[in-house]
Design a protein around this ligand. Structure first.
Ligand SMILES: [Fe+2]
Length: 388
């Protein structure tokens, strides 16, 4: 839940006349969540944000989703995905999805079209590369380890910077994504017990303006995907304020919570959305009881499907399973999972783990998309038994 921020030029009182140097009025826009009963922002546009001149269907490839049936734990290798020259929006390859959340992967080497997701918030994790995320609120810089949070209906585009391609894991929600409620005071301040705080969130610092006419914006909306053409460039905001805006949070700023014995998975929680959570497993000192078993016990999260994206370092509990940088494991509800054979013994006495992973736990089962199945390691399910 980002805190109050103001950027650029604003009138001293909301909903009052705010004039340009030529005497004309700026166009005020209230962008608000949950029926204007939650966070909102007031934006001041040079032009009418309503002035469209065309609308047409944006054809996306069909996404035939398959149930995880018969039930299996899965290992998807994003490094095996068929990726060519693409952008960070239209180049997304859907891997896993349900009615609450869609998980995609994209490798981008060129700027994306202007885009907004009117269905829900997006949380984009940058595995590697750098980018500028240009938004109607201003620009964000994105680097390795950043979570980039884009509120519903934020018009934006991704512009890779630097020589290496931008590799991103994309979590699209059907609602709003924010800090877990238990991290916040009743009035929204991060508590001392939270693993990160306001200083770790980075929003736009100045307006971003562009000029142009007849500008296309790809819109993912509740009925499908369309292209809306705007009479004037949507990046025409001279100032805004409020508590609704895009921001970045770098996973290196997540302060791990450790203990004498193994800490439960919720200590890694970073964000929550409707019927899913996002967690960060970061490099940390591990359990320091003299007889501690520092890696996870076998566990059954009976209400959730668990997705882990292996973003860096060595993930000790998965050694010997074929899991590598960029791998995704899906451990579904109904399957108890745990360390690979021998991992417990190898971990005894360890003082530190150099692991980096992003976890998405969903409360409804995830379906498999064709791109996900195309990069699946078929032997993963049998790595605990050693059969097959
Ligand atoms: Fe797990």
């Amino acid at each position: 839940m980002p805190y109050y921020r103001q950027v650029g030029a604003l009138p001293p009182k909301r909903h009052t006349q705010f004039r340009k140097t030529d005497g004309g009025l700026y166009a005020e826009e209230l962008m608000g969540a949950d029926g204007f009963s939650a966070e909102s922002a007031l934006l001041y546009h040079e032009h009418l944000p309503t002035a469209i001149v065309d609308s047409r269907v944006w054809d996306e490839p069909a996404e035939a989703l398959a149930a995880n049936h018969p039930l299996l734990p899965r290992h998807l290798r994003t490094s095996k995905l068929d990726t060519g020259s693409a952008d960070a929006i239209t180049g997304r390859q859907l891997l896993l999805a349900n009615d609450d959340v869609r998980i995609s992967y994209a490798v981008a080497d060129r700027p994306s079209p202007l885009y907004r997701n009117a269905v829900g918030d997006e949380c984009v994790y940058v595995e590697s590369g750098t980018a500028t995320v240009e938004t109607v609120f201003g620009a964000l810089t994105a680097r390795q380890g950043d979570y980039v949070l884009l509120p519903t209906s934020t018009t934006h585009r991704w512009v890779p910077t630097g020589d290496a391609p931008l590799r991103t894991l994309v979590v699209q929600s059907g609602g709003h994504i924010g800090a877990p409620r238990r991290y916040l005071s009743p009035r929204g301040q991060f508590l001392e017990s939270a693993p990160y705080c306001e200083r770790d969130l980075h929003g736009p610092t100045e307006p971003l303006q562009a000029s142009g006419s007849d500008v296309d914006v790809l819109v993912r909306h509740r009925a499908g995907t369309s292209v809306l053409t705007y009479a004037d460039h949507p990046f025409d905001v001279v100032g805004w304020d409020g508590c609704l805006y895009p921001y970045t949070f770098n996973v290196a700023d997540f302060e791990p919570i450790t203990g004498r014995v193994h800490q439960p998975p919720p200590v890694h929680q970073t964000f929550e959305g409707p019927r899913f959570v996002i967690c960060s497993f970061v490099p940390r000192k591990v359990d320091y009881h003299p007889l501690a078993v520092p890696i996870p016990y076998n566990h059954a999260n009976v209400d959730s499907d668990e997705v882990l994206f292996y973003a860096g370092g060595d993930y000790e509990a998965r050694r010997g399973s074929g899991i590598e940088q960029g791998s995704i494991s899906l451990h579904p509800s109904g399957f108890t999972h745990g360390p690979q054979p021998g991992a417990v013994e190898r971990a005894l006495g360890a003082e530190r783990f150099d692991e980096l992973a992003v976890m998405v736990d969903t409360f409804r089962p995830l379906l498999l998309a064709p791109a996900g199945l195309s990069c699946e390691d078929p032997g993963y399910a049998w790595t605990w038994s050693g059969r097959h």
